[in-house]
Design a protein around this ligand. Structure first.
Ligand code: PMP
Length: 407
């Protein structure tokens, strides 16, 4: 049986939530950008630095073996968390951005030539646009874009029409970091597969908020960042089906990723090490594993249910503010609310909320093509995490009302 979701107890695990800014209690609503860290994560990392630290995979000595065991156990924790078949399918990277660059580069080299096409969506983060554009300039590939309706939902019929015999890859966000839309990735994947095309899912905004099962989705590739799921910065994951990863060339060269090196011929290491050149962030992977343990102990279902309730409450309360416009009103929505009030500039709203101790994001959220589609320059974005409360949402709404009155 699951434990009750004890928010007071949970908040005690995150020391930063006790902070004051400008003499006001911090209301941290920028979880889409990064999440705060529980003691369990930071303590495990300092403990490893203090008592285990040694480089992994190469050493015969005790500490190196212990560090290697911890690092590889973290890989198993990630495997279990997303329900991959094998740890060979879990590649550690620096984060979502590096995972996508790795894949675009490596997949592009092996499987794409001039005129081949990749399908993205209009709501992608720059991280899932620019790597493909770099590939476009290097190899002459073509980017096609799935449009959306005014509620922020992808148009599935239009998506199907984008496929051609030149389509080699689909790469879409599971959850939009601006609109909060939860895209029907299972359906998108099933259709792509019926056309013989693999799919990369950008899970940066889904992994922290809902249970994810890569086998159930049948995703070919799934990527995410540790820091958005209560883990440390600088570590992330590329999941790839083994049959794909096996066929892809290495991304970077260096130590760890080789089997043997000579000036005549170098052979590469087996999966997943083939993609992990250089000393990995083995302390970071411990932090990530403890973060995944943390959310698992609360239960991803429970986190999802709690955040859904918060988001519904916040949506209802924010709509009480006169002149409120919420951007992104999809039926399936994650814990992100983008909004604008009257003609108050998003930057002014964010700056004034900040003076009240309320941390929100403003601007284009690294999704300028989406801003163009919405016809706005930017938005104010409140994004919730597992530790936020209705009281904090009341403070946000009161803050927004107060700022509105000033204009
Ligand atoms: N994709 C999405 C949907 C995101 O929200 C983000 C982070 N804002 C990224 C990719 C990039 O993540 P990172 O900066 O951790 O690599």
């Amino acid at each position: 049986m699951k434990h009750m979701y004890d928010i007071e107890q949970i908040r005690k695990d995150f020391p930063i939530l006790e902070r004051q800014v400008y003499g006001k209690p911090l209301v941290y609503l920028d979880n889409g950008a990064t999440t705060q860290k529980p003691r369990q994560v930071v303590d495990a990392m300092s403990e490893e630095y203090y008592s285990v630290n040694a480089n992994v995979h190469r050493g015969v000595h005790f500490l190196s073996q212990q560090a290697t065991e911890l690092h590889e156990a973290s890989r198993e924790t990630v495997r279990r968390f997303i329900h991959a078949r094998s740890t060979n399918e879990i590649v550690f990277t620096r984060g979502t951005t590096e995972s996508i660059n790795l894949l675009a580069s490596s997949f592009g080299e092996a499987f794409m030539k001039e005129g081949d096409e990749v399908i993205l969506s209009v709501m992608e983060h720059h991280s899932n646009i620019v790597p493909w554009q770099l590939l476009a300039s290097r190899r002459g590939i073509v980017i096609r874009v799935i449009p959306m309706n005014d509620r922020g939902e992808l148009l599935i019929d239009e998506y199907r029409k984008l496929f051609s015999e030149r389509t080699k890859m689909v790469s879409v966000a599971h959850v939009s970091n601006v609109l909060g839309t939860v895209n029907p990735v299972k359906e998108l994947i099933a259709y792509a597969h019926s056309q013989g095309v693999p799919v990369l899912v950008d899970g940066a905004q889904s992994i922290p908020h809902m249970p994810v099962d890569v086998q159930q989705l049948d995703a070919d590739f799934y990527v995410f960042s540790g820091h958005k799921v209560y883990g440390p910065t600088g570590v992330g994951v590329l999941y790839g089906k083994e049959e794909w990863l096996d066929r892809l060339p290495p991304y970077q060269g260096g130590g760890e990723m080789i089997q043997s090196v000579s000036f005549q011929k170098t052979t590469f290491n087996e999966l997943p090490f083939k993609f992990e050149a250089g000393t990995p962030d083995y302390i970071g992977t411990t932090g990530l594993a403890r973060a995944l343990d943390y959310v698992s102990s609360l239960g991803m279902d429970q986190i999802a249910a709690y955040e859904q309730e918060l988001t519904a409450y916040a949506t209802r309360r924010l709509m009480e503010v006169s002149g409120m416009r919420i951007l992104g009103t999809a039926d399936a929505k994650g814990s992100v609310i983008s909004f604008l009030v009257g003609n108050i500039h998003h930057f002014d709203m964010g700056t004034l909320l900040d003076r009240l101790g309320i941390a929100v994001r403003t601007g284009h959220h690294c999704a300028q093509p989406l801003m163009q589609r919405l016809g706005v320059e930017g938005t104010v974005r409140a994004s919730f995490g597992l530790y936020n409360t209705k009281e904090e949402i009341d403070l946000l709404v009161a803050g927004v009302e107060r700022v509105s009155r000033m204009f």
